[in-house]
Design a protein around this ligand. Structure first.
Ligand code: FE2
Length: 397
């Protein structure tokens, strides 16, 4: 087994980039151009790459702890650049920018890519920022598609991988001096450097997690004291850790101890969005039908009706996306969690949708297409759907 087309690409890129004295500005386009012409998706399969890796002498791995990729695999490296193959088994919705530059290509599978812009309202130590995150666009990436990567907030995106596995190949620098950090962004309006290690903070959080796991009665008081006295990094870390608490009243009580009320509200929105994502993920783990799984991925990854419908029409060309979406939601309303005992004759479906009575699917299709709906019963049904956070993107114009 050989991965020679990838090695050829790496050597060619190294030569061409060296001839430009490793100019960072031109690197993303250079990588994208070489990836487009190399047509690697037709020449090497992910299985071959995995086979090669299990027997060949591997280059030094750049991410041995597999922080990004399930797993990542460094297949080629020089002093200035490296090529990684990233295998993905579970979709991730992490919205991030990059501390490096280069380009990536979808080798196998496909993904939903959403790009964002972030307007900073407050920056603290350069590793944590507050601001507004806005969606630029959402699209499907297919096998062979190539995207250049510019370091920093100019290119903020999330990639949600659909088939298992999806595999991308990344040609990249090790780390660029500017901006020098790589940030994770959240729609609630906060961005932070998830790679930033702070021994004391990390150890305190590990201790809190331990107390939480054993249901220690002192947990709330200790977490609350840390929320009151900690720096913003620590407070946000505590908020991320209390996302695992099932009890929203305990979460709210802890948030009330955040000194700045505006920050407390932001963290409240953050927790709400986490809960929503958790519900959609749990549903996705239960649902096996590929079309319904796709709709759940759309709900996880879009923020506006227009984007949701355009993904549906890319996925099901020729069908009316509003009708398709309504039909899929009706089908989802009949999917229940396994092993759940119906109590009092009521068995919740995976998204907690109200029952679709005759005519409701059509009413929903009409509402999604922007047509008005007759009938008070349909209006009540649509109003109920509008209150469900899992469906939020479908009700944002
Ligand atoms: Fe990325």
């Amino acid at each position: 087994v050989s991965i020679s087309p990838i090695v050829d690409l790496g050597q060619r890129l190294e030569r061409r980039w060296q001839a430009r004295d490793y100019e960072l500005k031109s690197f993303p386009d250079l990588c994208a151009e070489e990836l487009e012409t190399a047509e690697l998706a037709n020449k090497v399969s992910p299985e071959e790459i995995a086979k090669w890796a299990l027997t060949a002498e591997l280059p030094v791995q750049t991410d041995p702890k597999a922080k990004f990729g399930q797993p990542p695999l460094t297949v080629f490296r020089t002093r200035r650049l490296h090529i990684d193959v990233l295998f993905w088994v579970d979709g991730t919705t992490a919205i991030h920018d990059h501390g490096f530059s280069g380009a990536f290509q979808v080798l196998a599978g496909g993904s939903i890519e959403t790009t964002f812009g972030f307007s900073v309202t407050r920056s603290f130590d350069g590793r944590i920022q507050l601001g507004g995150l806005g969606v630029e666009r959402t699209r499907l990436l297919k096998q062979g598609d190539v995207r250049p990567i510019k370091a920093g907030p100019e290119y903020i995106h999330s990639l949600f991988h659909l088939p298992r596995p999806s595999v991308s190949l990344v040609v990249r620098t090790f780390w660029d001096p500017t901006p020098g950090v790589q940030l994770l962004y959240y729609p609630a309006g906060i961005a932070h450097d998830a790679f930033f290690e702070d021994d004391a903070r990390d150890r305190r959080l590990q201790l809190l997690d331990m107390l939480q796991k054993i249901d220690a009665p002192s947990f709330d008081a200790l977490a609350g004291a840390l929320v009151e006295s900690g720096d913003l990094h620590t407070v946000f870390a505590v908020v991320r850790s209390i996302a695992r608490l099932r009890d929203t009243r305990r979460q709210d009580a802890l948030l009330q101890r955040v000194r700045d009320p505006a920050l407390a509200a932001l963290f409240g929105r953050w927790l709400e969005q986490e809960r929503r994502q958790g519900m959609l993920r749990a549903a996705r783990a239960t649902v096996h039908d590929p079309e319904l799984r796709f709709l759940l991925a759309v709900l996880l990854n879009t923020h506006r009706k227009e984007d949701a419908l355009s993904l549906v029409s890319e996925y099901a060309p020729g069908a009316d996306p509003a009708r398709k979406t309504a039909e899929w939601l009706r089908q989802l309303s009949a999917v229940t969690f396994p092993l759940q005992v119906a109590q009092g004759g009521w068995q919740p479906n995976v998204l907690g949708l109200p029952a679709f009575e005759p005519g409701f699917e059509e009413a929903l299709a009409g509402a999604l297409a922007g047509r008005s709906n007759p009938g008070p019963e349909q209006e009540r049904f649509l109003a109920k759907l509008g209150t469900l956070s899992v469906l939020a993107p479908l009700f944002v114009d």
